[in-house]
Design a protein around this ligand. Structure first.
Ligand SMILES: [Zn+2]
Ligand SMILES: [Zn+2]
Length: 301
């Protein structure tokens, strides 16, 4: 599982920092999460192929999370894309995009599917045989969802030496991986446990931005491999969290600790701060597995 941070600063783009966008690669699929201004440039810079993007998840309709979307949709058209594109986001996102396409008379030639979200409860919004995506309702100034990406359990893993030892034909490998026992030519039954190991552990990634401190999401993200949680402010400005609907580094770490996550990744920093290592320092007073996101940084989990 790989996360490429395209942008992780709040509010306005600057010379060297970008608003929120990231790419999650999980089970050989790519998901774009949020699409702040400049996202297509960042995708180019980090050599992520546009054609691999089939699903885009937008947390909320603040500009620093979706003002790059119309540009990306338009570029896909200019590149003569024909594959469908699915966009998941709050109700209103379709109107916001379609109006711009209409006024510029630049309808896409490829199918554009909007999946508008309104529920305040967690719900599964995308699912295939490898991955499921579930919303994480967040508390912000406008309707906002985080997203939980979770691998599905894979096949059991063959112990090749054992299988070869019994001279089992390759044609049976698939059913062995699915958990079946094998009957040899002499009638002996070989139990599946002898031939296979447990499947690879399931990996999961939770994206939570933007949100104020809210423990309601803890059960939803319990034990995830990695949690990206916004930390807009340091302790020196924690009084701003409640009014702006944001979290501090310490609050993000408290959520990570309560949810017993594998790794906490901090981001969505206010651009008033010069040194983002302070976010890590403050979060580590509560939780010890903390990473700081930064534009262009790649995490492997
Ligand atoms: Zn934001
Ligand atoms: Zn916001």
């Amino acid at each position: 599982m790989r996360v490429t941070i395209l942008g992780c600063y709040s509010a306005t783009p600057r010379t060297f920092t970008n608003p929120t966008a990231q790419v999650l690669e999980i089970n050989n699929q790519i998901f774009l999460i949020d699409c702040g201004e400049g996202t297509q440039v960042q995708l180019r810079r980090h050599k992520i192929k546009f054609s691999r993007i089939k699903h885009i998840f937008i947390s909320h309709l603040h500009g620093d999370h979706f003002y790059g979307l119309i540009g990306l949709i338009s570029t896909f058209r200019l590149l003569k894309r024909d594959a469908p594109l699915h966009i998941y986001g709050p109700k209103g996102i379709k109107e916001a995009i379609v109006l711009q396409l209409k006024l510029s008379n630049s309808w896409t030639d490829y199918p554009l599917h909007f999946h508008e979200l309104t529920s305040k409860e967690s719900e599964v919004i995308h699912e295939d045989e490898h991955v499921s995506v579930t919303t994480i309702p967040l508390q912000h100034r406008v309707y906002c969802n985080g997203f939980l990406f979770k691998e599905k359990e894979g096949d059991r893993r063959l112990i090749l030496s054992k299988v070869l030892n019994y001279n089992i034909d390759k044609a049976y490998y698939r059913s062995i991986k699915k958990g079946k026992d094998i009957t040899l030519d002499d009638g002996t039954i070989v139990k599946n446990e002898e031939l296979t190991e447990e499947p690879n552990p399931i990996k999961s990634y939770a994206f939570c931005s933007d949100t104020k401190y809210d423990e309601a999401k803890v059960p939803l993200i319990k034990g995830v491999t990695a949690l990206y949680h916004e930390s807009t402010f340091l302790e020196s400005h924690k009084h701003l969290c409640e009014t702006t609907g944001h979290s501090s580094a310490v609050e993000a770490a408290t959520i990570a600790k309560k949810a017993e996550v594998g790794t906490l990744v901090l981001g969505h920093y206010s651009t008033r701060y010069g040194d983002i290592s302070l976010f890590k320092e403050e979060a580590e007073t509560v939780f010890d597995k903390v990473e700081v996101a930064d534009d262009g940084k790649v995490f492997e989990f």
